[in-house]
Write a protein that binds this ligand. Sequence first.
Ligand code: KG4
Ligand code: ZN
Length: 345
Amino acid sequence: MNEKQQIILGIETSCDETAAAIVRNGNEILANVVASQIESHKRFGGVVPEVASRHHVEQLTIVFEEAMSQANVTFEELDAIAVTEGPGLVGALLTGVNAAKAIAFAHDIPLVPVHHIAGHIYANRFVEDLKFPLLTLVVSGGHTELVYMKEHGHYEVIGETRDDAAGEAYDKVARTLNLPYPGGPEIDRLAQQGEESIQFPRAWLEKGSYDFSFSGLKSSVINTLHNAKQRGEDLKLEDIAASFQASVVDVLVKKTVDAAQEYNVEQVLVAGGVAANKGLRSRLTDEFSKLAIPLVIPPLSLCTDNAAMIAAAGTVEFNKGNRAKLSLNGVPGLDLEQFNDEASS
Ligand code: KG4
Ligand code: ZN
């Protein structure tokens, strides 16, 4: 094999997907195996942390062996093992961290810690080479952030949610509407069939702020439903979904456009589970084509949690010289910008 090639195993267990992947040179997927637990959590209307950890323990070996076999690589060919250190559910994170440590120790392979959000950002690298400076709109179940990057592996959070994440708002509103978990794709589907007949609020916050807030919108949807019920009015589910989605998309798109212009970026990326949203994808595509700023959105399978993205971000950390000790722990509230100070020699 060519000496310059880097082959990295990625492991991801921060929430409800057990995932392992093998990536070459940070941008080529050799295997990307994901075991979703959605069916197990559905009946509870959300992820049950203890159930998630147990599933990870059951699935990890199978998923990891499947990835190695699909990629047709040996342990000797692995340059590093990249694992999600955080953020996420602590018990879930620990299963992946411990599996990665065991493989790293047994085969004497360097261990590299990865921030889950860096992973979501680097999912875009499978679509296009990254051009700096760039801006990423991160919209997942746990995070809503605008992240500015002047170079590989350097992250500046210029705005973030002050309460609920976008995906969390989708899931909570869906629950109120008695839709199954996860609610995001359900609302997205209904929104395509509805009209924006209700004017829900948009939380723009102070002028110039790139922060977000979705809890007021969520309350407004709940109040609207409640009032309609009291008056005996029937609201169309599709219209509520379309009106809610219009509010979320308006704010996400406007703030991303403003930040991209202010920071004069070469590229805009979209990352995280909510990047799968059809309404968001089409509005972003329209707006950025008008501005002639290149926009990258990963395919649906790379928007939701997977380990290829962890291996891609891990390749960057590996090349920065960032190594984890065997005392590595899962960190539920891990800070993204902390990775800027990690070894860069
Ligand atoms: O990034 P992700 O897979 O997991 C986290 O790291 O949180 O994101 C999951 C979130 C869930 O809240 C889910 O409802 C949302 O992404 N989601 C969507 C869509 N597909 C997934 N939200 C809106 N529209 C979608 N099509
Ligand atoms: Zn995620």
